[in-house]
Design a protein around this ligand. Structure first.
Ligand SMILES: NC(=O)c1ccc[n+]([C@@H]2O[C@H](COP(=O)([O-])OP(=O)(O)OC[C@H]3O[C@@H](n4cnc5c(N)ncnc54)[C@H](OP(=O)(O)O)[C@@H]3O)[C@@H](O)[C@H]2O)c1
Length: 258
């Protein structure tokens, strides 16, 4: 299968890296060619192509450009490759928006950054005209990048705040923890290592145990112990209200994009 990538920025690179493998040829196209050339050296079975070649040769095309660059790109594509499925990952642009500009069948995906290491979560919405067998083949391809969920387009925004944006919330929380540990005398590298291993283990425990994060949190907080002192500071500072506001701000912006 030949998979085309137009736009080899952060997300394009992450998906392309995860998809390399037997039977897959990756055709890479980027506005500044050098970016695609750097990527090509790192990916088995890939080559850099111009836009025309990418459009004509690919069996399926991933559009990895920023939402703001989608309209000019779709104009350029026009009806030149109407039979090929286009995969959009652009935040805030609906299948209907894209279908107004090109005649192709459209798949909308919302990946997250851990797709780069095959541990991502990707949400998929299919537009009109896909057979169940074609949907399954596409989902199987995406499973190389991690977990895959087919969802209704109407629920894409609220879910993608959790899967796509909240990795940044978690990163900022961990960064705050590392900074606090540094103030208490730990070196940055050791604080970072402990914090990341703690996060990995805690998340894995929640997944494997089937317990809710709240149940697990309560288990760490022995009455009269030290952890509850810290947790009370978080709750008294309204961590739940703050996270709710952050979620809402991201969701509102998603709705207003482009
Ligand atoms: N980053 C995330 O976590 C994330 C998560 C979910 C979805 N997304 C979506 O993924 C898409 C890409 O985001 P990103 O963060 O990867 O952006 P990015 O790093 O800026 O990458 C976009 C790439 O597209 C290239 N480009 C722009 N117009 C082009 C054109 N007409 N032809 C060929 N290449 C073109 C840019 O090239 P130059 O740099 O050479 O100009 C750049 O390399 C966006 O639609 C975003 O909504 C991102």
């Amino acid at each position: 299968m030949k998979i085309g990538f137009i736009g080899t920025g952060h997300m394009g690179v992450s998906l392309a890296m995860a998809m390399q493998g037997e039977g897959i040829e990756l055709l890479l196209n980027n506005r500044h060619k050098e970016k695609a050339e750097v990527l090509q050296r790192k990916i088995r079975g890939s080559r850099v192509v111009d836009l025309r070649e990418c459009l004509l040769e690919s069996d399926i095309l991933f559009l990895g450009v920023k939402p703001i660059d989608m309209d000019p790109l779709l104009r350029e594509i026009g009806d030149s490759i109407s039979s090929k499925p286009l995969v959009s990952m652009a935040a805030g642009i609906s299948i209907e928006d894209i279908s107004r500009r090109v005649p192709n069948r459209i798949i909308r995906i919302m990946p997250n950054t851990p797709v780069a290491i095959g541990m991502g979560v990707t949400l998929i919405c299919f537009g009109e005209g896909f057979l169940e067998s074609e949907k399954e083949t596409f989902k199987e391809l995406l499973r190389k990048t991690g977990d895959v969920y087919e969802v209704e387009e109407a629920s894409l925004n609220p879910i993608s705040v959790l899967t796509g944006s909240a990795p940044a919330y978690l990163d900022y929380f961990l960064d705050s923890l590392i900074k606090a540990a540094k103030e208490a005398g730990l070196k940055e590298e050791e604080a970072t290592e402990y914090a990341l291993k703690m996060a990995r283990g805690s998340v894995e425990l929640a997944i494997r145990s089937g317990k809710s994060p709240l149940e697990l949190g309560k288990e760490v907080c022995s009455p009269g112990g030290s952890t509850i002192e810290g947790v009370n500071v978080l709750l008294d500072s309204d961590i739940q209200g703050i996270v709710k506001k952050a979620y809402r701000a991201t969701l509102d912006k998603n709705k207003k994009m482009v």
